[in-house]
Design a protein around this ligand. Structure first.
Ligand SMILES: Cc1cc2nc3c(=O)[nH]c(=O)nc-3n(C[C@H](O)[C@H](O)[C@H](O)COP(=O)(O)OP(=O)(O)OC[C@H]3O[C@@H](n4cnc5c(N)ncnc54)[C@H](O)[C@@H]3O)c2cc1C
Length: 578
């Protein structure tokens, strides 16, 4: 399957909207140049198109198999992984201490749009490895970091994240996996984990599982959970490999999409011989894991964008080639509207995610405490929106795309159906989208007396004052102002319900509220971009950006008021029907 991407829009985001060269002002990036950033992006695109995309359909058809206790992954994945690691793509944004590249998050995110869009299932293997190694590097001792991280970033060993158990999905605090202190300072681990991505395979000589477990006697619930690094094959103090560490793959899931990614049930310590190293502080495992998960959630939103943007490009191409009634599909207004929905959503999501990545670079590198705090507040507020909105609307785009392909879209002759199947998981894992909505309404809206939302409101207002000076944008700007004010009113209503002890209603409406926020946030980003395009209207690309922003605001902002109406006029009785 070809990987198609709107490279002009990617470049517009990096160079014109975000001006990535500004990052070079930070000491961590002082040796970087604009040429380096463009070279990394170009190499990632080349690798994605030449090496990863050709394995996307075959990986889906072949899937993973468990044969005599060994997980077999699709042909070509192992070789691609070795090349991927050689190119330094695993630890792109992590410090260089243990083999990372020390690149900005913004560049890493843009490169990952190509990687994920070209082969989502493949990306799970390096993605999980990077996450696991980064957890060890951030919270583990120096000894542990030295033992594991370099080998993981350089592709010799891989990694997983093991949270989920049969009775502990969203409710991670209910986990049963146990850890027992041993005299040598390690822990005996025993328990079952399910749905573990990249849980077992023969790509690398060892797999380091990052496992959440409870040390015997520690508190129930999330507060008593600790984090452990559990190698599939034991690692001696000198880094050499020891004996098998009693980690067994009991089975793999046969599932809707990302079939090339092995989703495994793992048994730790069936023979009583599994050992792990404590990572970070005892009983702080959830805190450590959540810090990483918050970063990872932006990248899950990116999975939603990457796959749906690739599927939209295929639909656009197909609509220009397929004729019915003597016209191409592209000439039919209904098809054009559907394509415009896909185009405006993908450009809005790309703008949002790339911008949040830049804010993450600011939050990490800024020395001014006020700027740093404000950047972190913005990330905190936008993380659940990036994750849930981009994965939900990513899925909707792939559904529209399949429709544009008609009957051919339903068959596996074209890639539309695989994109749809693949992208769905991004709304489920890394905290379901329902849980993201609760995080937005329960934590982010209420944090510091509503400071996060207030700061966002101020920034939108500041940019609106510039946007509404442009005649072409004034109407859309007014719609955006109405949209953000409506969000404020609904947030106040949630607060009022809460004060009266009615916590049920804000939870009932958390998901539509997140969707409303997404419409407003994307409109803001697209109008900021449109404003930049006003003086460049002699280019067709910039003209189209303005029209796309206006289309999105007209299509999606009215939905904010409509949703608000249904929330405000709710009647508690109709919620009690089930
Ligand atoms: C392909 C795949 C890969 C995965 N990879 C990994 C991995 O690498 N590591 C790992 O640890 N896990 C992984 N998972 C597991 C995944 O993170 C869980 O499936 C997810 O967290 C949801 O848990 P659950 O399936 O038990 O659903 P449940 O928790 O049972 O949720 C079911 C539904 O109820 C809703 N719900 C639950 N609680 C609440 C609440 N309090 N309020 C409102 N709604 C609620 C949810 O939103 C959801 O819609 C993977 C899963 C899949 C399918």
């Amino acid at each position: 399957m070809d990987y198609l991407v709107d490279i002009k829009d990617v470049s517009f985001n990096l160079d014109e909207y975000l001006n990535i060269d500004q990052l070079i002002r930070y000491p961590a990036f002082s040796s970087h140049t604009s040429e380096l950033y463009h070279m990394v992006i170009t190499e990632a695109l080349k690798f994605s198109q030449k090496t990863l995309a050709p394995l996307n359909t075959s990986g889906d058809r072949e899937g993973c198999k468990l044969e005599q206790g060994v997980v077999k992954i699709p042909h070509g994945f192992k070789e691609a992984y070795i090349d991927f690691a050689k190119n330094g793509f695993i630890g792109m944004d992590v410090p260089q201490t243990y083999g990372g590249q020390g690149l900005p998050v913004t560049i890493t995110l843009a490169a990952n749009e190509f990687i994920m869009g070209a082969n989502y299932a493949f990306e799970m293997y390096p993605g999980l490895t990077r996450g696991a190694a980064h957890l060890i590097e951030t919270f583990g001792s120096e000894t542990l970091a030295k033992l594991f991280c370099e080998k993981m970033y350089l592709g010799q060993w891989s990694g997983t994240m093991c949270l989920t158990e049969p009775d502990a999905g969203s409710d991670v605090g209910n986990l049963r996996t146990q850890a027992k202190p041993l005299p040598d300072g390690t822990y005996a681990i025993s328990g079952n984990k399910i749905f573990i991505s990249a849980g077992d395979h023969d790509i690398t000589e060892n797999i380091i599982h990052l496992v959440l477990a409870r040390v015997e006697g520690d508190q129930k619930g999330t507060k008593g959970i600790s984090l452990f690094a559990v190698p599939k094959i034991w690692v001696n103090d000198d880094g050499s490999l020891g004996a098998n560490n009693d980690v067994m793959c009991l089975g793999i899931e046969y599932k809707l999409g990302i079939k090339g990614s092995a989703t495994c049930s793992l048994n730790f310590g069936e023979k009583g011989l599994c050992r792990g190293f404590l990572v970070g502080e005892r009983s702080q495992g959830m805190k450590h894991m959540f810090k990483m998960m918050n970063e990872a959630r932006i990248f899950v939103g990116l999975q939603g964008l990457a796959v749906s943007a690739a599927s939209y490009q295929h639909a656009l191409k197909y609509a220009g080639e397929r004729s019915q009634f003597g016209k191409t599909l592209l000439q039919f207004p209904d098809v054009r509207r559907n394509l415009m929905i896909c185009k405006s959503l993908t450009e809005g999501m790309r703008g949002l995610l790339y911008k949040v990545a830049l804010i993450a670079d600011v939050a990490k590198n800024e020395t001014d405490p006020i700027t740093k705090e404000r950047a972190q507040n913005r990330i905190d507020l936008l993380t659940p929106i990036c994750k849930a909105y981009c994965s939900d609307f990513g899925f909707r785009i792939t559904e529209i795309v399949l429709q544009i392909f008609g009957g051919y879209g339903y068959t596996s002759e074209y890639p539309a159906e695989q994109y749809l199947r693949d992208v769905k998981i991004s709304s489920i894992y890394e905290g379901t989208n329902g849980i993201q909505a609760l995080d937005l309404v329960g934590r982010k809206l209420t944090k510091n007396g509503g400071q996060l939302f207030r700061e966002f409101y101020e920034d939108v207002e500041t940019s609106l004052q510039k946007i509404e000076k442009e005649k072409q944008l004034v109407e859309a700007a007014q719609k955006l102002r109405k949209g953000i004010n409506t969000l404020g009113q609904v947030a106040m209503k949630f607060g009022e319900w809460g004060m009266n002890g009615n916590w049920d209603s804000p939870q009932f409406y958390a998901t539509p509220f997140l969707e409303m926020c997404g419409h407003v946030v994307l409109s803001h980003v697209l109008l900021e971009q449109a404003l930049l395009c006003i003086p460049k209207q002699n280019s067709e690309f910039h003209q189209n950006k303005i029209q796309t922003a206006l289309f999105f605001c007209n299509e999606f902002l009215p939905l904010v008021s409509a949703r608000a109406e249904s929330i405000m006029q709710t009647n508690s009785k109709n919620k009690e029907v089930l």
